[in-house]
Design a protein around this ligand. Structure first.
Ligand code: ACO
Length: 425
């Protein structure tokens, strides 16, 4: 086995090297502090492998993303979101019988306990649906407590996958004051969500097949992305032994931030602001480059991708298809295209390898489907759910899992005597 040598205070320490199946090399520092008294310093954990995982592979330099070894390009073309959920959670593509059974379970667990409807009543209509989603998922553990029985844990995974779309749609209906639409067992997972979002009891509503297909692809593209901020949150919370619902509720909260999943909403808000400002995208490009201006080009840049985000490439293709098929124009799309073109030619973005990420064009598609802006990040969460579940399950089953407990380098005051209150000043 290869080793790395570290020279510290005239002593050479040998550290084992771990090599992943795709060639990722890591220095195993698990015994570093015990052997040397040193820790490592890595804010944002950009150089830290927090686990060994067999779920998702990313090559950020080459722009490659695979779930359980399957390229996302192939999954988008041949698979469905439900099949990808199965693949991520159980590790293999299902047989037809397995898929039918899985689909059936997701369908038959999609109702919420009637009492849960009362929770929605308590939130103000202005509540952000992501806050409601996180709170409602945490509430599920009050109905479906954790257990040491693996069958119950597995059932809770199914319940969560089945119910998240119902919670998401109910939170939207509540925010616009419309009656809740219950799940329909004759519809696919994706069509059922769209039906619960857009149907009203007073007239029939048919889910447009194009929207069903587009949303299914978007959900597949969001389904997992290895150890990103929200997934690491799910694993961190779960590492204490917290249950599935508590861990995933924390992941939803992590996803809500504008530097993570909240970016899809922020992109559209940025494009709207540019339009209202007369379409002067160059001005916003300059703002993004100004080190004294906190403004960033939303939907650009990524911790891992130093090349085109492969998901953004697929979404861009989908935008062209959908806009052609629907015969629509969106002024925000034109601004986005010009902004992207200008940024990709700009030395600042080239030097820093900043490319469009998944969030840059996804909002344009959601808009075309009539999905309101504050639901974009909820859709990201719906897509990411199978990934979070798979990662939580892997963490629980991994004998190497330890509670997440990083160290720090203390830089505060050293010991000082306590000063009584009347002597302070
Ligand atoms: N606009 C302008 N400059 C940028 C941007 C951007 N969108 N992103 C990074 N930079 C610059 C930084 O200012 C920094 O410049 P410097 O070296 O001169 O200081 C350099 O590029 C490196 O950026 P970091 O912030 O160090 O990169 P990090 O990996 O920590 O952050 C992140 C990645 C958060 C995605 C960042 O690129 C960003 O804020 N992007 C905009 C928000 C966004 O789109 N988030 C969605 C990410 S994808 C997802 O979560 C699904």
């Amino acid at each position: 086995m290869p080793t790395a040598k570290l020279i510290l205070d005239d002593t050479t320490v040998e550290l084992p090297v771990i090599v992943g199946t795709e060639g990722e090399r890591a220095i195993d520092i698990r015994k570093l502090r015990a052997q040397t008294g040193y820790i490592t310093y890595d804010p944002g954990l950009a150089n830290t492998g927090s686990c060994q995982s067999s779920i998702t592979f990313i090559d950020g330099e080459a722009g490659v993303l695979r779930y359980r070894g399957y390229a996302i390009e192939d999954l988008v073309e041949h698979s469905s979101f439900v099949e990808v959920c199965y693949l991520l959670i159980y590790g293999e593509l299902p047989t037809r019988a397995q898929l039918e059974q899985f689909q059936d379970r997701l369908t038959h667990h999609s109702l919420l306990h009637e009492d849960m409807k009362k929770f929605f009543e308590g939130y103000p209509p202005s509540a952000h649906p992501m806050s409601v989603l996180s709170a409602m998922v945490a509430s599920l553990s009050t109905y479906y407590p954790d257990s040491t029985d693996p069958e119950i844990t597995e059932l809770n995974m199914i319940r969560l996958l089945a119910k998240l779309k119902t919670i998401a749609a109910f939170s939207y209906k509540k925010s616009i004051g419309q009656p809740y639409i219950y799940p329909r067992n004759d519809l696919s997972y994706t069509a059922d969500f769209l039906h619960m979002m857009f149907a009203v009891p007073s007239e029939p509503y048919e889910v447009p097949p194009l929207f069903e297909k587009v949303l299914d692809v978007l959900l597949i593209l969001h389904a997992d992305h290895e150890q990103n901020c929200s997934t690491s949150t799910v694993r961190m919370v779960g590492s204490s032994g917290a249950d599935l619902f508590a861990s995933i509720s924390a992941g939803i909260s992590a996803l809500s931030g504008p530097l993570h999943g909240g970016a899809n909403q922020a992109v559209i808000q940025m494009l709207e602001a540019i339009r209202e400002d007369g379409g002067n995208y160059q001005k916003y490009l300059e703002k993004a480059k100004d080190p004294n201006d906190p403004f960033r080009l939303m939907g650009f840049g990524h911790r891992v991708y130093k090349n085109f985000d492969p998901r953004a490439r697929l979404i861009k293709k989908l935008v062209d298809q959908v806009f052609n098929e629907m015969g629509i124009n969106d002024p925000l799309l034109e601004i986005a295209q010009k902004l992207e073109e200008a940024a990709l030619k700009d030395e600042y973005f080239i030097e820093r390898k900043l490319y469009p990420n998944i969030d840059f064009y996804s909002g344009i598609l959601y808009r075309a489907m009539g999905i309101p802006t504050n639901m974009y990040t909820v859709l990201f969460a719906m897509g990411r759910l199978p990934g979070w579940i798979a990662q939580w399950k892997e963490m629980r089953e991994d004998p190497h899992t330890r509670i997440y407990r990083p160290r720090q380098i203390y830089q505060g005051s050293t010991h000082r005597p306590y000063v009584p209150i009347d002597q302070r000043g």
